[in-house]
Design a protein around this ligand. Structure first.
Ligand code: SF4
Length: 510
């Protein structure tokens, strides 16, 4: 049976705000109505109670209108999506978990939006009182949301508070600048309607399946701790050649702690401390660091070092070495730079274009983070094309990549959507999304919750969630929390392989 159309109830304080939000949503997938709350806490309470039958029918409720800016970086026309509501004394009244998803959707629509704490006051706030509310943690103030949310938002129902900033400390409400601010805020409210519609369409009951294992592997943990310990032991700055692991959050956290990330050693002063990333480096990089008196700490994952050792061993035995991997990836560059003359092969089609003697002794190694099913096709093509080809005794694809892919393979067929947390340049994270798609399931790679598009979630009742080996687990928890703000959410872990791998730290930071 088809699901009923999601029903959005928009509650706006004054007629002028209701008109800005009308027609409610230009989206045929959502039915919506706009109702007036009236101005002030008392009227909002009465109206919310009066609207109880409409509230009962709604699948998502948005309280939307103008608000006063408190945070100094807010300007008239900006939009605040409340992730927390407090009363005028700073007492918490509610948390609204889906706020980051709606805020990000508004930003994608070209609106300057942010999340934050909204305080509700029983009068218009100006002057010193803005500062007092700011000291309580509020970024914006309104006169209705706390009581409206407390009255209309039953447990588990999607609820949002959207406030377009009309006035700030520099542009008080009853001033010429304040009037301009009101016009800008009404325009922003009007422009918010499509995003509100998508938010309402995404609301509803949902199951979330967490793939296990997911997130950090032993090599990533080791690399991050190596940089942290180097800063702790030797003091900032510590230079890091390339991203220590391919994750923007990890990199910015380490930058804040005192790491300086560079692309090449030419950006590092002679004699400085430098860490080589988990992806490994070629011989020339080691030599340059030595020649220029650098104190180098090698955070190359031991499983990548193992591939380097295999490639050297095959080359020493007189074999032409082939590397299966993706051109331009840091790990591939490191392996190619370790054994000069190694030839890169990326696809089965590449095999047929190789200008090599197919009867000569040859060997193949692979990038550690490829998809197992993807590599199989390339290796099969090589084995049928070369008469004397050697391979390492065990697959080069690391345990972490294999386990995370297996977990997605097990979970994806029973999901409507798979979300993979990881950076766009993370090989293993990209492979996880590809594995899910090969299972026939829509899948998206997201840096964090801010990249989740609400349209992906519309009608998706079973969502699988995983994270690449370089993505922090806290990003997964944040997404689960946001999804739970869209409606009743059941979260289940899908247990896969147990991982008990630990690698010793480099001697310089042990
Ligand atoms: S994904 Fe594999 S190769 Fe890469 S750091 Fe983790 S364990 Fe090492």
């Amino acid at each position: 049976m088809a699901e009923p159309r999601p029903r959005l109830l928009v509650l706006a304080p004054l007629r002028v705000e209701a008109m800005a939000l009308f027609p409610p949503v230009p989206d045929p997938a959502v039915s919506a109505v706009v109702r007036r709350l009236g101005m002030g806490l008392a009227k909002a309470r009465q109206s919310s109670q009066r609207l109880a039958p409409e509230v009962k029918r709604a699948s998502a409720i948005a309280i939307a209108g103008l608000g006063g800016g408190i945070a100094p970086d807010l300007e008239p026309g900006d939009v605040v999506v409340a992730d927390r509501l407090v009363d005028s004394e700073g007492n918490e009244v509610a948390r609204l978990a889906s706020a980051p998803l709606l805020s990000a959707e508004l930003c994608r629509a070209g609106i300057r939006a942010r999340t934050g704490t909204v305080a509700s006051s029983d009068h218009i706030v100006t002057g010193q009182e803005r500062k007092r509310l700011g000291d309580l943690g509020a970024v914006a103030v309104d006169m209705e949301s706390t009581v409206a949310v407390a009255t209309v938002a039953p447990e588990g129902r999607a609820c949002a508070v959207v406030r377009a900033i009309s006035d700030t400390a520099e542009a008080e409400l009853f001033s010429p600048a304040g009037l301009v601010g009101v016009c800008k805020a009404l325009r922003s409210l009007h422009a918010s309607r499509p995003a509100l519609a998508r938010w309402a369409a995404a609301a509803g009951k949902r199951e979330v399946f967490l793939a296990e294992p997911r997130s950090f592997c032993a090599g990533v943990e080791r690399a991050i701790v190596t940089v942290e310990r180097a800063i702790e032991r030797y003091g900032a700055p510590v230079y890091v050649r390339r991203q220590i692991v391919h994750n923007a959050h990890v990199v910015s956290d380490l930058e804040a702690a005192g790491a300086i990330f560079v692309e090449e050693l030419e950006e590092v002063p002679d004699g400085a401390r430098v860490v080589f990333s988990a992806h490994g480096v070629g011989t020339a990089v080691h030599e340059e660091a030595g020649r220029r008196g650098m104190f180098a700490i090698d955070a190359t994952c031991p499983l990548v070092s193992k591939v380097h050792t295999e490639a050297r061993r095959f080359a020493a035995a007189g074999r032409q070495v082939l590397l299966v991997g993706h051109e331009g990836h840091d790990e591939v560059e490191g392996t190619l730079g370790t054994v000069p003359g190694t030839v890169l092969v990326s696809t089965p089609a590449d095999v047929h274009t190789l200008d090599l003697d197919r009867t000569a002794p040859t060997a193949v190694v692979t990038q550690t983070t490829l998809a197992t099913d993807e590599v199989r096709g390339v290796i099969d093509a090589l084995e049928s094309s070369f008469s004397d080809i050697a391979r390492p005794s065990a697959s080069d694809i690391c345990y972490a990549s294999q386990n995370r892919q297996e977990a997605v393979r097990a979970l994806a067929p029973s999901c409507d959507l798979v979300l993979v947390v990881g950076s766009a340049n993370s090989s293993n994270s990209n492979r996880l999304a590809e594995v899910a798609r090969r299972c026939g399931t829509e899948a998206h790679l997201v840096e964090d919750r801010s990249e989740i598009q609400l349209s992906w979630l519309a009608g998706k009742r079973r969502v699988g969630l995983t994270a690449g080996a370089s993505a922090p687990e806290k990003l997964v928890s944040e997404i689960v929390e946001c999804l739970s703000g869209l409606g009743p959410t059941e979260v289940t872990s899908r247990a896969g392989a147990n991982e008990h791998v630990n690698f010793p730290l480099p001697p310089e930071v042990r």
